[in-house]
Design a protein around this ligand. Structure first.
Ligand SMILES: O=C(O)CCC(=O)C(=O)O
Ligand SMILES: [Fe+2]
Length: 530
């Protein structure tokens, strides 16, 4: 009777955690954007030459110059285009040039030269670079072919991206920063300039996102649509940067996590000119003045729910692993460097920070699963180049099982069957790379995305700092992972077998009753039961 009550209590606690996690994931940011009024050349001339400070509240930005063209024949295009310099219009008095025949000539503003300097932009299909205007109709200049005065740092864009896509937790050793690397200039022109749905090819394991800056040029259409989430909860954000001649010129931008699917809809008039940047997470040198944290993990609803759960003797009294399918994919590239947790994105970072702030031990692992003919499951010990063949060695019987066991460590408490999953994997991620959208923005063979999981180790009730035998159970809190493990080992030493037996019993009873305990919650599944 008492144990079934405890089970009911536990089920309700786990269900609370699941619901909070679902809300946290659902509300998480995956794309951000903004706009900055842009001065015209005329405004800029009127401000004190050389003294105008772009950092002044980032309220406006100076006209953007693009320099391009062959050596010795370079051109400069200044955006927004000065209305007195609209191509095809006879120039006004101040700008007119009078030809030898005495006729007033139209002044070139450089736009048509820029369009002519661009070459068709391709995209990656597997390792091939493909030109297919039905999929992508755009022009491009590589970084070697142009220079610009625009800097996303000066305008405050990178500050915002940092705070919204990679916030600091305020932890002393959290020194994540964002670095933007200029990648291309693109022109999507009417009629029918577009780029159909794709996921940007990661340019390295620390790439977290992409930034698109739309320059102030008149156009209509060409909305950027960014999507994220699973089949049931797909979220979409639309950035419409259409500009007309009657509006004040504005520079507009959007940044999104690079594993998010996105597309550029058809441009119906004018030219949509963009600068694209790859965004990388970096380790910065810290903050002399005590950097402000934009993410206070203790204020997160998930922190609160987990904290309440840990205080309850009904919640996993013998300790257990909680498993969370991460909501983003991560570049699966290198055998030597593990770029997580510093490159965690959106909700994944929030979940991680909430658990870490409670001193819980968290492990991030790539997880590949293929339910097709060659069905296999691989839980990696880190992110490394994925070699499909490795796990089908016929000599090695049961290789798949062994891999999972090896990583979870059969000798530790990490057997997969002991994992309680708090959410469902996204369906299209059940398989490795092959199931991902096969179009990237550049051809690539080596760098892929992989789905990943987070394992959170919930210590036994006694190791959580509670006196399980005393009348007044006191929650001492869990300060740091090291204090958890030292507390756990101290206790194990002082109470010898007694506590262990208690834990064992709880574990056993959890396992024995796992079906009734967790299976009727829709989202809780035992890994072993998959
Ligand atoms: O121009 C945009 O808004 C996005 C372009 C894009 O998706 C890309 O260059 O990969
Ligand atoms: Fe893209």
């Amino acid at each position: 009777m008492a144990s079934s009550l405890a089970r009911i209590a536990q089920k309700s606690i786990i269900s609370d955690i699941q619901q909070t996690l679902a809300a946290e994931t659902h509300n998480a940011t995956f794309a951000v954007g903004g706009s900055i009024p842009t001065e015209t050349s005329q405004d800029a001339n009127q401000s004190f030459e050389g003294l105008s400070d772009e950092n002044d509240a980032h309220s406006s930005c100076r006209p953007v110059q693009i320099r391009f063209g062959e050596d010795g024949k370079g051109m400069t295009l200044t955006l927004p285009i000065d209305p007195r310099q609209q191509e095809g219009q006879p120039a006004r008095k101040t700008r007119s040039r009078v030809s030898a025949e005495g006729k007033t000539q139209a002044v070139s503003n450089g736009l048509s030269q820029l369009l002519a300097a661009c070459s068709p932009a391709g995209f990656g299909r597997g390792s091939e670079e493909v030109l297919d205007e039905s999929y992508r109709k755009a022009g491009k200049l590589d970084t070697a072919a142009f220079a610009t005065t625009f800097c996303p740092y000066n305008t405050g864009i990178i500050d915002l991206v940092q705070q919204l896509l990679l916030p600091h937790s305020g932890e002393q050793n959290d020194r994540r920063g964002v670095r933007a690397e200029l990648y291309k200039l693109n022109v999507y022109s009417a009629p029918s300039g577009l780029f159909k749905s794709h996921v940007d090819t990661p340019r390295g394991e620390t790439q977290i996102g992409s930034l698109v800056v739309c320059l102030p040029v008149e156009h209509e259409g060409g909305q950027l649509v960014v999507r994220h989430g699973n089949e049931e909860h797909k979220k979409e954000q639309v950035f419409d940067w259409s500009q007309s001649s009657t509006e004040s010129p504005t520079l507009q931008w959007a940044a999104f996590y690079s594993d998010c699917e996105h597309e550029v809809l058809e441009v119906t008039s004018g030219h949509r000119i963009t600068l694209t940047y790859n965004l990388f997470s970096t380790v910065c040198s810290g903050y002399l003045t005590g950097g402000k944290s934009s993410l206070d993990a203790t204020q997160l609803p998930l922190h609160q729910t987990l904290s309440t759960a840990l205080e309850s003797p009904s919640f996993l009294p013998g300790g257990r692993l909680l498993g969370v399918w991460l909501t983003h994919d991560y570049a699966h590239t290198s055998a030597t460097m593990n770029h997580l947790p510093s490159s965690l994105k959106g909700a994944d970072m929030v979940i991680y920070e909430a658990a870490m702030a409670l001193g819980l031990e968290c492990h991030l692992r790539p997880f590949l699963r293929d339910d097709s003919y060659y069905g296999f499951t691989v839980l990696g010990d880190g992110f490394r180049p994925f070699k499909q063949g490795r796990y089908f060695d016929e000599e090695e019987e049961d290789a798949e099982e062994q891999t999972v066991r090896e990583e979870l460590g059969a000798t530790e408490d990490w057997q997969e069957k002991k994992v309680i999953w708090l959410n469902e994997p996204r369906k299209h991620l059940m398989m490795p790379q092959t199931a991902h959208p096969c179009y990237g923005n550049v051809p690539s063979v080596d760098i892929k995305y992989t789905s990943a999981i987070m394992l959170v180790k919930i210590p036994s009730f006694s190791a959580r700092g509670h006196d399980v035998h005393g009348e007044h159970a006191v929650f001492e809190g869990i300060a740091t992972p090291s204090s958890v493990s030292s507390k756990a080992s101290e206790r194990a030493e002082s109470e010898e077998g007694e506590d262990q037996d208690e834990d064992e019993r709880s574990n056993d009873s959890n396992d024995r009753n796992s079906d009734s305990l967790i299976f009727d919650g829709e989202h809780i599944r035992m890994a072993g039961g998959r």
